[in-house]
Design a protein around this ligand. Structure first.
Ligand code: GLY
Length: 309
């Protein structure tokens, strides 16, 4: 069995290619890195890597996290600029006993020391988006997730039973330089324990971190919930509390993967596309809040295929 799941339509090409490698016996770590790098290197995707969303000084600061579910080791880079592949950096940091989470210039120096190419991650389009937004920007105004489409998150299970989680993002549009979201923070933006499952989150990092949502989803799987039920329970547990506290449910989506290859997703968005690939299934699925307000996979797998669990 292998399985791979990625957030948003932007993950489709990378997940599809990585699934072919997994089918041939490739590792979960290689699959996660390759699928995310495909998004990081494509300037068409406006919230990750090259051409990502600028901060309020016009620079593109990137966050990325990687977690190995066998060893529970992590690697992460925070607020790094000019690094062509933040996920490659995060993965190389994973395995260190200490100093596995590096920010800013230290992260960039680490990338150079590993031979990861430096590159100006600003593009003409990202600078145009920035200049337009700055015309009406006021420093005190609240910022919101970029139409929900912020982080590429990928979870993979390989044929040897290993699991990995990874994330990469330019973070909140017009953030303060130095601001860090959930994506490089284990437990919040991603978590993975091969015994119980993997999870990752996309949406407004400040909220995701309040709920430590990826850990919470894996904890729910540890308690015996299916991947789908765990995604729903982790999200609903937090957003119902947030609604009481803040008067709104926020912008958050979660994906989950079980050690058996079953997947799950839950969202507060009207529409949350994600990509899933297993030996039996390769297509984009959508979750939508149902009429009764609960969350579910709307578009189910093709006939004759199964979602184990
Ligand atoms: N979820 C990405 C961020 O808030 O930075």
């Amino acid at each position: 069995m292998y399985a791979i799941i990625g957030t948003w339509k932007m993950s489709f090409d990378g997940v599809s290619a990585a699934a072919r490698d997994l089918a041939g016996g490739g590792s979960a770590g290689d699959a996660v890195q390759a699928a995310i790098q495909q998004v990081e290197s494509n300037p068409r995707f406006r919230s990750v890597g090259l051409g990502g969303l600028p901060a309020r000084d016009g620079q593109v600061y990137l966050d990325s996290g990687y977690m190995d579910g066998d060893s529970l080791r992590c690697g992460a880079v925070l607020s790094v600029s000019d690094v062509s592949s933040p996920i490659a950096c995060a993965r190389l940091l994973c395995g260190r006993d200490t100093n596995w989470m590096l920010s800013g210039e230290s992260a960039k120096e680490f990338a150079v020391s590993c031979g990861i190419p430096l590159r100006d991650m600003r593009t003409e389009e990202s600078q145009e988006t920035y200049r337009e937004a700055m015309k009406t920007f006021s420093p005190g105004a609240p910022l919101s997730a970029y139409r929900g489409h912020d982080t590429v998150c990928v979870l993979a299970l390989d044929t040897k039973g290993h699991m990995v989680s990874g994330t990469s993002t330019s973070g909140l549009f017009l953030k303060e330089p130095g601001r860090v979201g959930d994506s490089p923070i284990p437990g919040s933006g991603y978590y993975c324990d091969t015994r119980f499952g993997a999870a990752a989150a996309t949406g407004l990092g400040e909220d995701i971190m309040r709920g430590v949502l990826s850990y919470e989803a894996v904890r729910c799987m540890r308690e015996g919930m299916t991947a789908q039920r765990a995604a729903e329970a982790a999200l609903e547990g937090f957003v119902s509390r947030k609604e009481t506290l803040d008067g709104e449910r926020g912008h958050i989506s979660l994906i989950t993967l079980s050690p058996g290859g079953a997947f799950g997703a839950a969202t507060t968005e009207v529409c949350f596309p994600f990509t899933i690939a297993t030996p039996a299934l390769t297509r984009i699925l959508y979750t939508l809040p149902k009429k009764d307000g609960s969350m579910a996979i709307l578009d189910t797998q093709p006939e004759g295929t199964g979602n184990p669990d």
